[in-house]
Design a protein around this ligand. Structure first.
Ligand code: C2O
Ligand code: CU
Ligand code: CU
Length: 488
């Protein structure tokens, strides 16, 4: 099935060399050609009823979970033939989109073609320690690393990005990030929009210098770019049929938070987030998405006329993606009224408190690769409480397990619909405390907790914890084991 999907969407193999970037996107499921050549259904970026001078939204090539990745400097198409320069996986910015099914084996050989060490972290994927891309498992320039694991989780849209010690922001902002979509039978049974009606969308901000280089400024307070890039496209547009669309959105920004809306105020139906489908669909006219968070939206465009619509960010006022009617009707995607149940995690047996302090510390300490801050018994439900005295936003992220948000105290003082179900990243604003339930069911090993504002993460707002096979006496529950090499 995963193979079929890959075939149908035209498997694009490895392209070596930077000149492949524009071509890769040209051959992929790109929407329309520059100049507005009519495409397949949903594909007429500039054709059909409406017109737009914006650039057709690029879609990264889809690949199987055994595709090798090379991280290296590359040229890429910013849209409309404008060439940018950044760091890409397989000459693609964003990187290729992996698509696979629950239980599939993943085997990805990374070749590091960068001048610095790097790793790949599979954000939102439940993987063994050796495959988690921890900074201790750094891949040196010219080196390789084999990431191997099985997909033990339900249908989700996750992403992959570098996680090297102190350099995550620089590498991600220069372009290294891609999506990983997992499908399963439960999701498949819903008949959600698919093919050209399922649009994976990486929204991020960027700075481009006059030569088109993606540039990074290492600011503790957070890198905020001057322009939005949608799937690496400047000023993006998408030709849309009269159809139900599924938008699968990642905020791939370093620090920027978006509040998404459609220009005519029509509601989205939110059906999923970081950890897959929500327990129930919910209609919303605005949705907030912090760095590293994902949302899964249905947008009913069956009634659109000839007027273009705009996907907009209310925080920055940016026009993100213009929706240009093609005039065609299509798709047979279903808008579900019920979604699969999510069983609540039971009562916690342990409570742990984490304070996100300043711009570089958790519980008063900056990151030390050699320190394991605490141990968590596998299979034990715990309540973790995140709080901050300031310097938010802090999008708090946990590796190794999803969590269920219980409540938010202070600040916005509520749990939002996009925070239901399973989450791996939760936004803490100033004055807020958020409580989550978490249980590590799969692997023992060393995992990370950190702020996903990449300036904070690189500055040290991160810690190691160990998931252990059986409960340990609390006397042992502190201190480092000194098993890591220190890279600094
Ligand atoms: Cu997306 Cu530890 O990060
Ligand atoms: Cu992660
Ligand atoms: Cu932070």
């Amino acid at each position: 099935m995963g193979k079929n999907l890959v075939d149908r969407r035209r498997f694009i193999g490895l392209a070596a060399g930077s000149a492949g970037a524009a071509l890769l996107f040209g051959q992929g499921r790109a929407f329309g050609a520059p100049g507005g050549t009519p495409g397949p259904p949903g594909g007429g970026g500039g054709g059909g009823g409406g017109t737009s001078t914006r650039n057709p939204l690029k879609l990264a090539p889809e690949v199987s979970p055994t595709t090798a990745l090379t991280a290296a400097p590359t040229d890429f198409d910013l849209g409309g033939g404008k060439i940018g320069h950044g760091l890409g996986y397989n000459s693609s910015i964003p990187g290729p989109t992996f698509r696979a099914r629950t239980d599939d084996p993943v085997s990805v050989l990374l070749t590091n073609g960068l001048d610095d060490h790097t790793t790949i972290h599979w954000h939102g994927m439940i993987v063994p320690e050796e495959a988690d891309g921890h900074p201790k498992d750094a891949v040196l320039p010219g080196g390789t690393y084999l990431y191997q694991y099985r997909l033990v989780q339900r249908a989700t849209m996750n992403w992959y990005h570098p996680h090297p010690h102190g350099m995550t922001g620089q590498q991600v902002v220069q372009g290294l990030a891609g999506l990983f979509i997992i499908n399963d039978a439960e999701e498949g049974a819903l008949g959600l929009p698919s093919g050209p009606y399922e649009i994976p969308l990486v929204i991020r901000d960027a700075d481009l210098d006059s030569a088109g280089n993606l540039t990074y400024t290492d600011k503790r307070a957070g890198f905020l770019g001057k322009v939005p890039l949608l799937n690496g496209t400047l000023d993006a547009k998408l030709g849309v049929d009269r159809a139900l669309y599924r938008f699968r959105i990642l905020n791939g920004s370093s620090a920027r938070i978006y509040r998404l809306t459609v220009s005519d105020g029509r509601p989205f139906t939110l059906i999923g987030n970081d950890g897959g489908l929500l327990p129930a669909p919910v209609g919303l006219a605005e949705i907030e998405i912090a760095p590293a968070e994902r949302i899964d939206l249905l947008l009913n465009l069956r009634d659109i006329g000839t007027e273009n619509l705009m996907l907009r960010d209310l925080n920055s006022g940016w026009d993100l993606l213009e929706l240009v009617p093609t005039g065609a009707s299509g798709g047979n995607g279903v808008q579900p009224t019920n979604l699969p149940l999510i069983e609540p995690l039971g009562s916690p047996v342990v409570t742990r408190d984490f304070s996100f302090d300043g711009m570089t510390r958790i519980n008063g300490q900056t990151y030390d690769m050699n320190r394991i801050s605490f141990q968590v018994p596998k299979g034990q439900t715990e309540l973790w409480r995140f709080t901050t005295g300031g310097n938010a936003p802090h999008p708090v992220h946990i590796h190794g397990a999803y969590f269920q948000v219980q409540r938010r105290i202070g600040g916005r003082a509520r749990v939002f619909p996009w925070e239901a179900g399973w989450k791996d990243t939760i936004l803490l604003q100033d004055g807020e405390t958020v409580e989550v339930l978490i249980r590590f069911d799969h692997y023992a090993g060393i995992y990370l907790m950190h702020c996903h504002q990449l300036g904070h993460e690189d500055g040290g707002m991160m810690l190691n914890f160990a998931v252990v096979d059986s409960p340990v006496p609390t006397a042992l529950n502190a201190g480092g084991s000194g098993i890591f090499c220190d890279l600094t």
